[in-house]
Design a protein around this ligand. Structure first.
Ligand SMILES: Nc1ncnc2c1ncn2[C@@H]1O[C@H](COP(=O)(O)OP(=O)(O)OP(=O)(O)O)[C@@H](O)[C@H]1O
Length: 242
């Protein structure tokens, strides 16, 4: 069952951050949301996460109104936000503490999947940026969310690490089958990752493009030289420049 947004608006004082957003996000799909700074991307994500409430319209998941955060929806931010005093393993387990006894074998499996084995006892400052972000992703995934909300999760990484993390996320998504809503400033990242792409425009924040990405999976970077890809990218650039 999908996430549905119906005529959603969000005002901050006189600023209309989002205006009449209607969107259906299919279960298990990968939606990328692209737009210039200030067009309401984070506001949209926060509403889906239940961290904020709309000024008008409504949001639902499986037809049930979203009234607050829930364990079915987990957010991954640009900054990994690991606790500096905890080891990598304890950081990853942190979210599960609230839910009763920690399933340590599951934590250790996730550490393996993330390629972090051997670093369990390290503190965040002893890890590279990419490793910290993988730990943040692991911390989110051990919660077994149906929906992963990602707010520019790779924006702070260098280009190479970013490419590695993008490929890694696609492989992971293939295995976990969660719905992903992924916010980015980066056109190539938006096209390369998503099944579907929403491009937003600012003041007020509105959907300017909402379309399926016509590229087969698995994705490869050399697809970015194909005519379909370049055509889509050119259309998006025109909208972003408008
Ligand atoms: N808590 C808030 N109080 C007041 N204004 C806000 C608040 N949150 C967002 N806004 C305003 O709403 C608009 C949309 O902000 P939002 O952070 O959603 O944009 P964004 O597309 O995520 O930007 P960026 O890419 O820079 O993160 C902006 O004009 C912002 O100043």
């Amino acid at each position: 069952m999908p996430i549905t947004l119906t005529q959603v608006a969000r005002d901050f004082g006189t600023i209309r951050a989002l205006d009449r957003i209607s969107l259906t996000i299919e279960d298990g799909s990968f939606l990328t949301v692209l737009g210039a700074s200030g067009c309401g991307k984070s506001t949209l994500l926060n509403l889906i996460a239940g961290l904020d409430t709309p000024s008008a319209g409504h949001l639902a998941i499986d037809g049930v109104p979203i009234t607050g955060p829930g364990p079915d929806r987990v957010v991954v931010f640009q900054q990994p936000g690991l606790y500096p005093w905890l080891t990598l393993r304890d950081n990853i387990a942190f979210g599960l503490r609230m839910q009763g006894p920690i399933d340590w074998p599951r934590i250790d499996d996730m550490i393996g999947i993330m390629g972090l084995r051997g670093f369990e006892a390290h503190r965040p400052y002893e890890l590279s940026g990419g490793m910290q972000q993988r730990a943040a992703l692991a911390r989110a995934l051990v919660m077994n969310p149906r929906v992963l909300l990602m707010d520019e999760p790779f924006a702070a990484l260098d280009a190479q690490t970013r490419h590695r993390m993008q490929s890694f996320l696609l492989e992971l998504w293939d295995q976990i089958g969660a719905t992903i809503v992924f916010i980015t400033h980066d056109i190539d990242e938006a096209i390369m990752l998503g099944d579907r792409l929403v491009v937003m425009q600012a003041r007020p924040g509105r959907i300017a493009i909402d379309q399926k990405i016509p590229l087969p999976r698995p994705r490869h970077w050399d697809m970015s030289l194909e005519p379909d890809y370049l055509h889509l990218k050119r259309n998006i650039m025109a909208v972003l420049a408008a």
